[in-house]
Every structure is written in C-alpha cells, then in structure tokens.
Design a binder for this molecule. Structure first.
Ligand code: MG
Length: 414
C-alpha cells in the first residue's frame, strides 16, 4: 500500500490514475492540469497559470502526481492539504499554482460525478449573473475616454481607466518612446507626472461619462504609501469603485494606514502566493476588496475559505481575471462570484477566438455580465490537439516587467 493513501477504507473503486500539466500559448501562456481517473471519460481540469514561470509550474505538477495517483478524487480537502504539507516548505506561486491545478481538477471531477456545476457545490447561486469590469487604456486621456465610452455603449458599467504618457507610459496604457530624452532612461516612467495626470484623467472621465458608470484604476504597485494616500485623496471627488494595488506586495504591512487615510476603496492582493498572507491582508484591515490570482494561493479550496472570511469581515472580492488566467481559472472565479454575498466585482477578459477553440464552453460576456457555464463541473473542456498547435515561448511576459524603470534608470515595481 502506498504511503500516500488515506487511513480510511476506500468507499468505491474510483481512483486517480494520472496528473499532468498542459501548457499552451494561444494568446499568453496558460498552464492547465488534467487529472485522470479509472472511470472512462471522467477527468478534471484545473488552472495552474503562472505565465512567467510556466516550466517551473509544469515540473511541480509532475512532482506532485505520484502523491495522488491511487487516491479517491472526492477526498479534496485531505489530498490538497497533504500535497501542501508534503513539501515541508510550502506556498509561493509555483507550488501553489501546481496545487491549484490539482485542486480545481478535483472540484471539476466532483461536479461531473454529481452532474452539477461547481457553483452548486459551493452552496448555489446568489445572483443571476456576474458583472464584469473591463479596461480602457488609451495613449491619451481623449483616447482612454473614447474607449470607455464605447465600452459603456457595449453594456459595461464598470471600467478601469489607464492612460499613456511619455516614455514607458502608465501601467496598462501605451507610452511615447523616448519621452524623457535628457534622462539616462528616456523610456522611463515618472511618478510625479503620473500623480499629476491621473486625477486629471478621472476628472475628465467623470465629467464626460456621467455619474453612473463605475470607474476603477490600477496603480500596479508603483507608489510609496504616502504617494498612494496623496493619489487616493486627489481622486476622492470622482468616486472611484476602487484603486488597485497602490503599493508593492513587499509593503503590504503599510496597507492598513493607506486604507485608513484613503477616501477611495482599496483593492489589493493579486501578487500574493500564500493563503495565510491573504487572510492577514483581510484581518489587518488592509483591503476593502481582496484581489487574488486564485491559482497563486492554491486554488478553489483556499479561495472559498478566504471568500467566507471576506463575508464575515465586511470585505469584498475582486478576483484577478485578465488574459493570464485560463478559462478554467476564470470559471473558478465565477463559481465564487456566483455564490457569495461578499462579491464586489469581477475582472473580465474577452478571450480571442483561438482560446474559445482550445477551451470549448468558455462563456462570452453580454451587456457587461457573464454567466458561468451551467454544465457539470466547470463546464469547460480542453481540445489538446488545438492546444498543441500553440507551444509556449519563454520570457514573453517578464520581458516587459524588466523594462519598467524610472527616467533615472532605477528599476520599478512593474
Ligand atoms: Mg492589477
């Protein structure tokens, strides 16, 4: 008998027979884990997407496979805790993404066995559909507002606004190359210009888009705590839905003071790779909205516990959902969104058609809302033949981060 089998008797013959990573890069590089069982046609899929370190995650998935082959796939709590503890040193985005791939795949299998979508396993829906926010990111304020207006026309009521600038531009928006010609790094990003222009962007947006649209902004962790407070105060008149990641994760212990001084709700957490740190972010009073890359904290199992913590502490959720979350990962976000009163907002991404071909069942947004698939499990499959047509390349995503520097050349939190 394997050392990894549980000390209780098996209740039926169902067993995990294999665990393997699938890496595909139709748009950005995605990592999915497939868990096989000995029941013909019964398998599960989970998101393990850490685009910047996909090979390390794939290796971690292969490492954990022998720990779980032979287990009953319904023992989700025991299996995921055993895998988590078995490394002795635990957490971090590589190990947690591998764990998430396994964890979400087990939830998928459970839903398929019972013939229900995962959201029903979490207690059932508390809303009809999930409202999304999406991104308007022009090179100029005029362009950003024009993009936002077309998104409003398409039905979105929550829009993240970023606008470009000289050099690198602002996070999420294009820059003007050579914008600081007299600086050591002409393509740099200037914090003082950013602090001056961002309130101008929102003044214009509120005046031109009206009172009803929700406006959001992502600092992308580039400010000091004091600069973050100054920005949030300057944005107060424009009633933002949230300001995201005002400081870098290394400085999260300063978030409670930023939040206490900010008249604008603070959303943070997407760079965390630990469920314990995410819990502390909530209990320390550091966030109004907890914002996780759910696979980076270990998957649905830890995320549903954090969601319950949010409900109990008056905190809201705003899960990370851009291109570097796979459709399976977004399905897990939506299952949480559908089933909690702590839901704040969901980041949406319109996947290109090629992603829909690889992941049949991926839902499309309509009028600013999306419904999770209603088929059993996640309701999303993978076409491995299509996936194999898009092999990944190294260093796509992180090359961008290595170029985020101030005009004096100092590297910046991306
Ligand atoms: Mg962000």
């Amino acid at each position: 008998m394997s050392d990894y089998l549980p000390p209780w008797a098996p209740r039926d013959g169902l067993r995990i027979t294999g665990v393997r990573p699938i890496v595909t890069a139709p748009d950005v590089t995605l990592v999915v884990v497939r868990v096989e069982t000995n029941e013909p046609g019964l398998y599960g899929l989970g998101c393990a997407t850490f685009t910047q370190r996909f090979e390390a995650v794939a290796a971690a998935v292969e490492h954990l496979a022998p720990l779980v082959v032979g287990r009953h796939p319904g023992d989700i709590e025991d299996i995921t805790r055993m895998v988590h503890l078995s490394g002795y040193w635990r957490n971090g985005p590589v190990l947690n993404n591998a764990l998430s791939g396994l964890d979400m795949a087990l939830w998928d299998i459970l839903g398929k066995r019972l013939g229900v979508p995962v959201y029903e396993l979490l207690g059932g829906r508390v809303r009809g559909a999930v409202p999304l926010y999406t991104h308007a990111s022009g090179a100029t304020i005029d362009e950003t507002i024009a993009q936002a207006r077309s998104l409003v026309d398409a039905g979105y009521r929550h829009i993240r606004l970023q606008t470009g600038g000289p050099g690198l531009g602002t996070y999420g928006a294009p820059g003007t190359p050579g914008g600081y010609p007299r600086a050591p790094y002409p393509d740099g990003w200037d914090v003082q210009r950013y602090l001056a222009v961002t309130p101008e962007l929102f003044a214009r947006a509120r005046a031109e888009l009206g009172a009803e649209v929700s406006l959001l902004h992502d600092v992308h962790s580039r400010l000091t705590p004091k600069q973050a407070i100054a920005l949030c105060r300057a944005l107060e008149p424009y009633r933002l839905f949230f300001v995201e990641d005002p400081v870098a994760p290394e400085h999260y212990d300063r978030l409670p003071e930023v939040r206490a001084a900010s008249p604008v709700p603070i959303a943070a957490g997407e760079q965390l790779g630990s469920v314990a740190e995410a819990a502390r972010l909530v209990t320390s009073g550091g966030v109004d909205l907890l914002r996780l890359h759910v696979s980076a904290v270990g998957g649905l199992t830890p995320a549903r516990k954090l969601t319950a913590l949010c409900e109990l502490t008056g905190t809201q959720t705003a899960w990370h959902g851009p291109a570097d979350v796979s459709p399976i990962g977004q399905a897990a976000n939506l299952a949480l969104d559908m089933t909690t009163s702590a839901f704040g907002i969901q980041e949406g991404h319109a996947y290109p058609d090629v992603v829909h071909e690889i992941f049949p069942g991926t839902p499309r947004a309509r009028d600013g809302y999306v419904e999770p698939p209603h088929a059993p499990g996640w309701g999303i499959d993978i076409d491995e033949e299509q996936a194999a047509k898009h092999p990944p390349k190294r260093y796509g995503h992180e090359r961008w981060a290595t170029r985020v520097r101030r005009p004096d050349g100092a590297i910046e939190s991306p």
